[in-house]
Ligand binder design. Structure first.
Ligand code: 5GP
Ligand code: MN
Length: 327
């Protein structure tokens, strides 16, 4: 079984990639399954083509993705002066590249963007952005076809993990017939669907479970907006743990909720805001207006401020969004 390409990489992208010997491939900070899966699959495709890529991501790979093949080759510091091209994966703006992109060194190199966020601001010289794709990995699959790379089990595992996580196990509204056909193709190529689902979703530390408990103590629901805070104080005994992974989607499962928000107090005076919405509502517009981005139903941003004040301000705007939109 094979799946026909649905999208075609721009000729300029193929040209740039063909002439690169040592591309720097970057997945976004606070990476998720699509970022890491796309990074690994693109990296392996480069290896198949005899290239010597650098795979980079500023932040730690989440525990539920640490089973992925070749993930140990991802670096969080780029010291290499030899890279000749930058390829951004699943990043909707330049800030998402994080500290592995060094403007002074990398700014003069060609920058290629492969992404599926509707809020993408086309920050590359070549931008391949397809908002209808369920995951950036869907495009990376099509890139592999265009490059004539053989779909081995490791590439298939990376791509399927990306698709499975970005569609939350084929439950999001951007899951298409093609997402399912691709999943079948990737499974046939050797990707272990059952293991991927199990590892991606039933896999969190006891610390995260305790953090969910503490954060849930702060839950509030106003005009369909459900929210919690995740404060530094809640995490003092949790060994450097920061994010209550998965909690924002859980919040949205409350019947009364239209929009869900988790406010995470970061170490240095910033608050990370993670947003989810039910179909018919939109959280991307507010996230974009506040310096972040994402998808209509899943978006986020980080802002400077005190936890309680950021929550009050943002919830007020979300209540407006929950009252004025929706079908
Ligand atoms: P999450 O809540 O899972 O961290 O993010 C949900 C979605 O919003 C993802 O598609 C993610 O890439 C996007 N997102 C989250 N935070 C930011 C941000 O600060 N900037 C941008 N551009 N996108 C973000
Ligand atoms: Mn994605």
């Amino acid at each position: 079984m094979t799946e026909e390409p649905a999208y075609s990489p721009p000729a300029a992208l193929l040209e740039a990639l063909h002439s690169s010997r040592r591309p720097l491939l970057i997945a976004h900070l606070s990476p998720d399954g699509d970022a890491i899966g796309s990074l690994l699959a693109a990296g392996m495709m480069c290896w198949h083509l005899g290239k010597d890529p650098v795979l980079a991501c500023q932040d730690r790979i989440p525990i539920n993705l640490q089973f992925l093949p070749a993930q140990e080759s991802i670096v969080d510091v780029v010291e290499d002066d030899d890279v000749d091209l930058v390829l951004a994966l699943d990043c909707s703006d330049r800030s998402r590249l994080g500290g592995v992109y060094l403007p002074r060194r990398h700014g003069r190199l060609p920058l290629i963007v492969i992404d599926h966020h509707p809020t993408n601001d086309y920050f590359g010289q070549v931008n391949w952005v397809e908002p209808a794709a369920c995951a950036t990995a869907e495009l990376v699959y099509d890139l592999g076809v265009a490059l004539g790379v053989n779909l081995d089990a490791d590439i298939a595992t990376s791509l399927l993990t990306a698709i499975v996580t970005d569609t939350r196990g084929f439950t999001t509204f951007n899951t298409t017939p093609r997402s399912l056909r691709l999943a079948a193709t990737l499974t046939e190529a050797g990707a272990p669907l059952g293991r991927i689902l199990e590892t991606a979703f039933n896999n969190r530390s006891y610390g995260v479970v305790r953090l969910w408990g503490r954060a849930l103590e702060s839950v509030e629901l106003e005009d369909g907006v459900i929210s919690v805070v995740n404060s530094k104080r809640m995490r003092t005994d949790l060994n450097g743990l920061i994010r209550a992974e998965g909690l924002v989607s859980f919040l949205l499962s409350a019947n009364e909720a239209r929009i869900a928000a988790v406010f995470t107090e970061l170490p240095e005076g910033q608050v990370e805001v993670s947003l989810r919405a039910r179909p018919g509502y939109d959280v991307a517009t507010l996230a974009l207006a506040l310096g972040g981005g994402g998808h209509t139903l899943a978006a986020g941003f980080t802002m400077v401020g005190k936890l309680t004040e950021v929550r009050a301000q943002v919830v007020a705007r979300l209540r407006q969004a929950a009252l004025t939109t929706g079908t």
